[in-house]
Design a protein around this ligand. Structure first.
Ligand code: WT7
Length: 629
């Protein structure tokens, strides 16, 4: 399954495009299936219908855990690096992982969870979050992890959309020198979530939290009552494994649905090949389990590969900006996978935070979530990798389930700012706005994928039409990523960023429409428009233009209230960095806001606003430019 040379990659790539079914068939044979498939692939992008390993049956946790036992019973599955205030760490072996997951799965059964039921996981970055995902998978339940930074209202939206039955949470979470309430947020949410019958609350911070008799149960008390074995429930390869909500260019976040069989095959394959993980290495992905990176490259990929990985409860800048480097030294991390925004923040903090630590254990560095600027790439390469570690700039999305375009560490020649080449099985296409394919090298266009791959999105929960419309309707017979992309003279891909109304704030995906509707909730705001603009650390910042014709408040008060509204409705990650009050917004005669112009103004490109002749009222532009923040 693991390619060893660049030539082997080229060969695999060729086979994967000439005969994809044969290619994936032989890779899938490396897993445990309760029943094999009778057809590798059945698909069309029109509906879309995507089925991999048709009619096969499996349980992914059997492949993540049981398959490694007893040989790896004492091998560390996870090193849990606790928050800074306890400064502790734990090693969790594959046997312990097995036992914990089984106990928790038994509790879920007792709470009435059965195959196909949805379970919401709203947890800090602790091993129990991973146990929770695997416990669901063990019994065929579908998990929906909600990032711990989302607000009660965001939790309500996600729980109700997929009708979750149970919520797994903790009393609170440690974050830097603060404690964040989790259970209190869940309690607030559950006032509006009739589908939820029970919660299970892990005691993390030791804070006293309210427990509702009959509804809320204590995690440890319940798991301790259960036996450490639980037979895996076998499900169809196409049965859903999880739902993960992500922002689109319009409307509320949508629940991306991932399957079981294909997701298993692709996350393991991509993990082993991109990072070139070798037995006994220590791997650390700093993502949160609330995002797809945490699903595919903390939980499933590494466990499927039998790897040892770090779960980190802390933050990069507390107690100081040396925290990552300290943890790498402490646990002798070999493979380190993080986001450009973190790299830029730590670069800004200065090399004095890097110097005290030995980074000699490092062999491979990774980057994910947003384009990495060349400056940050070189800093990472020089000061962290000491110019001897390949950097894998991994491009992918919540919807792709796994990494699609990336160097294979040590095999592919890297190039700063470039995700380089597609993995075997991935067929990227660049198209112009008319959907015509742009062939050849040294070109730029909208990035699409021509052929299915095993871990791709199957549907958006409860709304298949939305899935079709969003990803498969823009261009006929292509999956559209929403990203712009260049292909250079050697055929290397460089992702240039979103071409739709989706922002990427510190690697977090946030829709302009979501932020706008949160701002519009403020009673004095009659209309607003939100765009992203370049931000030194965050990659993109949020710029909001608001029309407030009548108010009794000062601008400072209004700003604060708008920020509060966004925090309440979405979460602090979506707070605008800049709020400009304007009299009008640039609109076309048909009433459509011209975001292109607003984006240019926010970017500071004032001299080149493009064609403004179709504007209903060109004078609004002057006022906006004059008041620019
Ligand atoms: C969007 C997907 C993939 C897991 C984390 C984000 C951007 C992601 C890269 C990269 C340039 C990147 C794209 C993509 N993106 N990785 N290596 N280079 N851009 O997942 O929240 O679904 O966001 O992140 O714009 O569409 P996500």
């Amino acid at each position: 399954m693991q390619l060893q040379t660049f030539e082997a990659y080229l060969e695999a790539y060729e086979l994967s495009t000439k005969n994809p079914e044969q290619f994936w068939h032989s890779i899938a044979e490396g897993f445990i299936w309760q029943q094999p498939w009778n057809k590798v692939l059945n698909w069309n992008f029109k509906d879309p219908t995507i089925q991999w390993f048709c009619n096969a049956r499996l349980n992914i946790t059997e492949n993540c855990i049981d398959r490694h036992l007893p040989q790896k019973a004492n091998t560390t599955a996870f090193i849990f690096e606790e928050n800074e205030s306890s400064n502790n760490h734990l090693h969790i072996s594959y046997q312990q992982l097995h036992d914990e997951v089984c106990r928790l799965a038994n509790v879920l059964k007792q709470l009435g969870v059965t195959k196909g039921n949805r379970v919401c996981i709203y947890m800090p970055m602790i091993p129990q979050a991973v146990y929770a995902m695997l416990a669901c998978a063990r019994i065929g339940a579908v998990h929906s992890v909600v990032f711990g930074g989302f607000s009660a209202q965001a939790l309500v939206d996600r729980i109700n959309d997929s009708q979750c039955k149970v919520v797994l949470t903790s009393d609170g979470a440690f974050r830097g020198n603060k404690k964040i309430p989790m259970k209190a947020t869940v309690d607030e949410a559950l006032q509006h979530c009739p589908s939820v019958t029970h919660t299970l609350v892990y005691n993390r911070t030791g804070d006293n939290v309210a427990k509702q008799e009959g509804r809320d149960f204590d995690w440890e008390t319940e798991t301790q009552k259960q036996p450490a074995s639980c037979a895996p429930v076998y499900i169809d390869s196409e049965d859903p494994l999880f739902i993960l909500y992500t922002s689109g260019s319009t409307g509320k976040p949508k629940g991306v649905v991932h399957s079981s069989g294909g997701y298993m095959v692709y996350t393991c394959y991509s993990f082993l090949n991109v990072f070139q993980y070798q037995a006994n290495q220590v791997y650390w992905c700093t993502a949160d389990v609330g995002w797809i990176t945490g699903h595919s490259y903390i939980t499933y990929g590494p466990l499927l590969a039998g790897a040892t990985s770090v779960i980190f409860e802390g933050i990069p800048t507390y107690p100081n900006a040396g925290r990552f480097w300290e943890v790498i030294d402490k646990h002798q991390v070999n493979i380190f996978y993080t986001a450009p925004t973190a790299i830029r923040a730590l670069e800004a903090a200065g090399l004095d935070f890097v110097k005290p630590y030995s980074l000699a254990s490092l062999k491979v560095l990774g980057s994910v979530g947003e384009p990495i600027n060349e400056e940050a790439w070189h800093w990472y390469d020089t000061n962290i990798g000491k110019n001897r570690c390949p950097i894998v700039d991994t491009w992918w999305q919540t919807e792709t389930g796994g990494i699609l375009i990336s160097p294979l560490a040590g095999l592919t020649k890297t190039k700063p700012g470039f995700a380089t080449l597609p993995l075997p099985g991935i067929q990227p296409v660049l198209v112009n706005d008319k959907g015509e394919e742009i062939e050849g090298n040294n070109v730029e266009g909208n990035l699409c994928i021509r052929f299915p791959w095993p871990s791709m999105i199957r549907t958006t929960f409860g709304d298949h039409e939305r899935c079709r419309h969003n990803y498969f309707a823009t261009y006929t017979n292509l999956y559209f990523t929403g990203d712009g992309c260049k292909r250079d003279e050697e055929g290397y891909y460089r992702i240039t960023g979103r071409v739709d109304d989706v922002m990427n704030i510190s690697g977090h995906r946030i829709g302009t429409a979501e932020v706008e509707s949160a701002i519009d909730e403020h009673e004095d705001v009659v209309e607003c428009a939100v765009v992203g603009y370049p931000h030194d650390i965050k990659g993109q910042g949020i710029y909001a233009y608001c029309i407030v014709p009548h108010t009794t408040k000062t601008e400072a008060e209004l700003r604060q209230e708008i920020l509060n509204s966004v925090t309440q409705l979405i979460g602090a990650i979506a707070k605008p960095d800049k709020i400009q009050f304007v009299k009008g917004l640039p609109k076309t005669r048909s009433g459509k806001i011209m975001r292109r112009i607003l984006r240019k103004i926010a970017e500071g490109e004032l001299s080149n606003l493009g064609d403004t002749s179709t504007l209903l009222d060109p004078t609004v532009i002057e006022e906006i430019v004059t008041g620019k923040l």
